[in-house]
Ligand binder design. Sequence first.
Ligand code: ADP
Length: 460
Amino acid sequence: HATKKTMADHLRKYETLFTLTPQRMRIIVESFKETLELGLQKPEQIVPMIPTFVFGWPTGQEKGDYLAVDLGGTNLRVCLVTLQGEGKFEISQSKYRLTEEQKQEDGQKLFDFCAQCLKTFVDTSLADGSLSLKSGETLPLGFTFSYPCYQSRIDHGILIRWTKGFGALNTEGHDVAEMFRTSLAKYELPVTLTALINDTTGTLIASHYVNPNAKIAVIFGTGCNAAYMEKVSEITKINDLGIPGDEMMGINCEWGAFDSFEHEHLPRTKYDIIVDETSNKPGEQAFEKLISGRYLGEILRLVICELIDEGVLFLGQNTYKLENPYVFDTAFLSLMESDPTDELLMIIGIFSHFFAVETTLAERQFFRALAKLIGRRAARLSSCGIAAIVGRMGYLDNGERCDVGADGSLYNKYPGFADRVHEGLVDIFGEKGRKIVTHRAEDGSGVGSAIIAAMTKTRK
Ligand code: ADP
């Protein structure tokens, strides 16, 4: 007859499952580096290392008015950016919520909605005087479209696949810039779509505009991705384009796809496997599914459900509210970790208010510890990705520092996330890992998009 396990006993099992040792991290970094290199050499690799056709760093002297539309995940955002030079800018913006139907129905309808929102924004800006246009004048528009696209020019891009829960029809395999132009024309907007960019690339350029030490950008939001600047001669898969080898080009890594389908480099728990298999894209975005905001709450919920099934948690209570996929938002992990009270009153509130269940103190301590394990693993896996780029580019050679522009709610709002990334980098590189520091990035999908639209103008 087994004695009843305490919550602390249960926690030990999950500690083992979710903990990454420095040694394991270094092995992941090595395979990550090989994957990055493969993506630069050959087309259609799992991590596609997409050439962005953004050439070199901005000077900081880019100027003028630009519009940006950002289709990135949870919201649609429309911005008016005024670049003032000397690394300075002003921005005004509006946000529009996307419905689940808009994400899944016809793609052209989705772009029509984007154009409609832009029209509302432009009309309002013209009416209140924040924007003025001479007759016949059009404004350059940067379209921040944060899904993997193949580009052969800056103002064109074929959607490879939707990520982050999107699935709009008739869009994968199509030129999304052209689709958006069709919608812009339908609403007779006074704009010229000059650049199609990814938020990660935008973040890279915007970070560098204000801080020339920034060499890498990482997004930790609904999804997870990174960008950096690569020497064209190293991007051997585009050798035939005749671009001088010593130029630099932004690379949108799309690293969320690392280890997709193969599943041989990353340590996945059975909860990760359930998240993957029940997702709308099984097998894909394997790295992202362990890290990004869309999934962390769900991983925790699956552990809780397992313990409900085993009769460990909430015996005799109705737990149906916890049994729906994705009801446990990653923001709850942040709240649980930052609960300042001994009684963990915040956690009482989350479970009673949102899920109608009562918790004991031991259970609440367990939930908080579990959130920490899942959040910490996400941060440390991110360190592995950053370390792979840093190692590849030799950014720590010669005692240099390397700043990383980071953005997204997970990075900005999850308590201790950045510290855990930094800790992970020290575990990988030792003391010199301290030279890699993440910073809250400037708004890449707005400001970065505007800067790239400006850089594009001067290059032509
Ligand atoms: P997006 O990537 O969609 O442009 P965000 O950067 O805001 O937008 O990321 C949204 C994701 O961040 C969602 O998955 C959400 O669960 C998560 N999130 C929102 N608030 C928090 C928070 N306070 N702590 C941790 N994660 C959060």
